[in-house]
Design a protein around this ligand. Structure first.
Ligand SMILES: [Zn+2]
Length: 443
């Protein structure tokens, strides 16, 4: 018997957490935060620790696993994490320990979780580091395998649960990048092999399932960035803001800057965290990227020098969503000595995640930049999530018996269900629309 229970990430994006039961043994995949609610909570309370776990559940920041734990906690054999985005791993230090089972992830993901745990004063959290391509036996009924897939953060994995009924694949999040600029392309060979062996259920990211076409490769953004950076007038200082976890993007920006004769500086606390994790897990050499300057006087000192060398610097920084407290926000609100002017250009290598808070923050940031006469280039970016045609490719390749979209909200889930219909999947029989805190049983 297979039972799948959705604990978070189905009714809306965020708080990803799913419990997959096979003949009484349970694997939990992902344990994330609702990022919007987390930002709200952080506004009220600066230092969040494990002592806040109940309050975090109550405020909807992390999944509510209270009832699930009471009923099934002792049957959980492992918690497996797909990748290091906070909507997939942030809740680990707050929820995982009580299950008394191994926590499994790739090396880079483990480094991010360890960092979040340290911040939450959860000292003795141990993570089993499993490379993609490797298996881990959990019980007589199940073993775990991680299969390499591309996304927008290094070492993303599809979790494969091997069972007597066939494999269960949990793919949150993914895109097909056949020309990634860091790391390998998806492990198609292994996915095809798993398809031949028989896939019982495929649980899939559906974030962009309603978007026509294919999601472009990261190599496209590299070209776009090179174009924009070269076009920027050579008397201007360039600021590029992007996702701190997107190590491939950051590495590309550094390489392009150096190629175009600009020196690079990197600012922002989360940049520092993700870059350190990438170095520690052997993804990039320490010498590849400059050290991130964190202290205010250090930043002011460096920026004083930048002001004297117009056109000679490119600064990679946080703040692309207009979020308060990030480098770009502090810069436009005058919290550093450096004053932005017509001598500066800001490139957003990002897309504003369309939540009311982000849209408002981003509009305010845009207005401030316009008032300061700063050149702006927006959306020099491609998504880390598969589009409709990619979903078709994946379903056609895997041929699962059952298809369950996740990571969406009803509109995205419905779009994914519609796509699956083209391949003969019938809603309620072979494709299943689950919202949070629902379950489905396969006898
Ligand atoms: Zn992600």
């Amino acid at each position: 018997m297979i039972k799948i229970k959705t604990l978070g990430g189905y009714s809306k994006i965020g708080k990803s957490m799913t419990a997959i039961e096979v003949d009484g043994d349970i694997v939990i995949t992902d344990m994330g935060a609702d990022i919007e609610r987390l930002i709200d909570y952080e506004d009220e309370k600066a230092n969040i620790s494990v002592a806040d776990s109940d309050a975090l559940i109550k405020n909807g920041v992390i999944p509510d696993d209270t009832d699930f734990f009471r009923e099934h906690g002792k049957n959980v054999k492992a918690i497996v994490l797909t990748h290091g985005h906070l909507d997939h791993i942030w809740a680990v230090p707050f929820l995982a320990k009580k299950y008394m089972c191994p926590i499994i992830s790739t090396h880079f993901t483990a480094k991010i979780i360890e960092h979040v745990a340290r911040n939450a004063k959860q000292k003795d959290l141990k993570i089993v580091k499993l490379n993609t391509g490797n298996k881990y036996k959990l019980s007589e009924n199940i073993s775990i395998e991680l299969v390499h897939i591309t996304h927008s953060i290094p070492q993303t994995a599809i979790v494969v649960i091997h069972t007597a009924y066939g494999a269960i694949l949990y793919a949150n999040d993914w895109k097909f990048d056949n020309t990634p600029t860091l790391g390998k392309k998806p492990d198609y060979e292994r996915l095809e092999q798993l398809s031949k062996e028989g896939i019982h259920t495929f649980i899939s990211d559906s974030t962009n399932a309603d978007k026509e076409g294919y999601t472009f490769s990261e190599i496209v953004v590299r070209t776009m960035l090179e174009d924009v950076i070269k076009k920027t007038l050579n008397n201007k200082t360039i600021f590029v803001t992007t996702f701190s976890s997107h190590i491939a993007r950051i590495k590309n920006i550094v390489e392009i800057s150096r190629k175009t004769g600009r020196r690079v500086l990197i600012f922002g606390r989360s940049m520092d965290m993700y870059i350190k994790a990438a170095v520690e897990s052997g993804i990039i050499e320490k010498s590849t990227l400059p050290q991130v300057a964190l202290k205010r006087d250090q930043i002011d000192g460096l920026m004083r020098y930048v002001k004297t060398k117009p056109g000679k610097y490119l600064i990679i920084c946080t703040g692309h969503q207009g979020e308060r407290g990030a480098f770009l926000d502090k810069l436009v609100t005058g919290q550093y000595e450096y004053k932005l002017s017509r001598d500066d250009a800001v490139i957003f290598s990002s897309r504003t995640i369309p939540t009311p808070l982000n849209m408002a923050n981003r509009a305010m940031l845009q207005n401030a930049l316009t008032d300061l006469n700063v050149d702006v280039a927006d959306e020099v970016h491609v998504s880390g999530h598969a589009s409709k045609n990619d979903h078709k490719m994946m379903i056609k390749m895997l041929k699962p018996k059952h298809y369950i979209p996740s990571h969406g909200g009803i509109e995205k889930l419905t779009a994914a269900i519609e796509t699956a219909k083209e391949f003969g999947y019938e809603l309620g029989k072979t494709s299943h629309l689950l919202l949070d805190n629902q379950e489905i049983v396969f006898d």
